[in-house]
Design a protein around this ligand. Structure first.
Ligand SMILES: [Fe+2]
Length: 135
């Protein structure tokens, strides 16, 4: 199952949407690295994903501050948790020699899609300027 960007994922900001599209590419690269079971490729893929996710989260957090998004602290905690979840998942993957690619694929899909649909989309009215009620 590869992750695909869909219009309903748009947060109304081109920079963030482009970031999300690039993150999807990196997630899919990581998934195919898992399937290939080559430790060097796997390590590169997870580091590429984690590095980009960190810089993307930072961009998103700066934007949340700029638009005075009221739930920004909570959202920042979600980002920390997301990074930790990939690190834990990867650690488990390296220790487990019976990798179930479908489980891995499901994890990665949910990891990204749930956050975008449940959390990032809440930013949309603030990023588009529809709402500026926040302090
Ligand atoms: Fe986010």
């Amino acid at each position: 199952m590869t992750v695909e960007w869909r219009g309903e994922m748009s947060v109304g900001n081109e920079v963030i949407d482009d970031d999300h599209k690039h993150l999807i590419d990196l997630i899919n690269e990581y998934e195919s690295a898992i399937a290939r079971k080559n430790p060097v490729i796997l390590e590169d893929a997870v580091n590429g994903l984690l590095d980009y996710a960190k810089s993307h989260f930072e961009r998103e957090e700066n934007l949340m501050t700029a638009v005075h998004y009221p739930q920004r602290n909570l959202h920042r905690d979600h980002h920390r948790d997301l990074l930790r979840r990939v690190q834990d998942f990867h650690k488990g993957l390296c220790e487990d020699h019976q990798i179930d690619i479908e489980d891995a694929s499901r994890f990665l899909h949910d990891w990204f899609v749930q956050h975008v649909l449940n959390e990032d989309l809440k930013l949309r009215p603030y990023l588009t300027g529809e709402r500026h009620d926040a302090k």
